[in-house]
Write a protein that binds this ligand. Sequence first.
Ligand SMILES: Nc1ncnc2c1ncn2[C@@H]1O[C@H](COP(=O)(O)OP(=O)(O)OP(=O)(O)O)[C@@H](O)[C@H]1O
Length: 336
Amino acid sequence: MATVSFKGATRYYAGVDKPAVDRLDLEVEDGEFLVLVGPSGCGKSTTLRMLAGLEGVDEGQVHIGDRDVTDLPPKDRDIAMVFQNYALYPHMTVAENIGFHLKIGKVPKAERARMVAEAAELLDLEPYLDRKPAKLSGGQRQRVAMGRAIVRRPQVFCMDEPLSNLDAKLRVQTRTQIASLQRRLGVTTIYVTHDQVEAMTMGDRVAVLKDGTLQQCDTPVGLFAKPANLFVAGFIGSPAMNLLPQGEHVLGVRPEGWRITEDVDGTPGAISATVEVVEELGSDQYLYCATPEHEQPLTVRTPGMAPWQRGDRIGLVPLPDAAHRFDAATGERLPG
Ligand SMILES: Nc1ncnc2c1ncn2[C@@H]1O[C@H](COP(=O)(O)OP(=O)(O)OP(=O)(O)O)[C@@H](O)[C@H]1O
């Protein structure tokens, strides 16, 4: 096990002036589950591939523990990678797929069988050890890919969208399994996803990237409570934070951060709004409200079966501590 450090790590692709990853500084702790998240093209995969040695580092360095691995080939980095497409060998059985790297590494046969059996037990794959990948479900294939990574006992796991081929329900189940497995094994893990819910539920910390630049790295609670800028504020949280321009500032209020009042005119500071759409979720209700000042409707989340209906006029006041403020010009969070 080991720490991972990116020190000003920068990657340019041939023929592109702007770096795909720009001076990335990031320290991952020993045993930590760190998620890289951001929209398509923000540089998540490139960051992971620089760590795995599948992509060169043009400026800066990458360290694993106390080793500078910047110029080491992938096989010497002691990393196991789990890809989106799993990259299983179709002609090999589950057991052979899981044990493949051990065989290449000349681990004796009996030892290999023991390690494969151990991984299969951990991943509930024992009944399938003699099957070929074509006869497995998507979730089982995903677990075989995990098994192949686990038996190598690497210092670091690198996972690039390993759940994106699963349907929504299985994805939710599998993300819990991966997170708990990682905690049990205690192997430092860097996990790439574009899904902010996946990021927030799995990561000890989450690093948010945009256009190749790290925006913020914090615990899920930290990102949610104190987004460092407008991008993070809008990206983390679902439904997204309401962002209301107010001259030189932007006021940010999460959908659950409003107090609703019927006394619109008698409540100082209340934003007057008309309920346009009501979404019933059973446990919650979402209101989408039009206001005279703002083009975008405001989203309001209320617990339970609130009494509001389309056409109601309501007043919205940010709850104490629910107001986030940003500089409209720079997008940076303002103190307080
Ligand atoms: N081989 C390449 N040659 C040129 N440009 C590339 C190459 N690979 C990636 N890029 C560009 O580098 C940027 C970062 O790509 P990267 O794949 O790291 O993003 P990502 O955040 O993982 O995106 P996605 O979620 O879509 O996989 C993008 O603008 C992409 O178009």
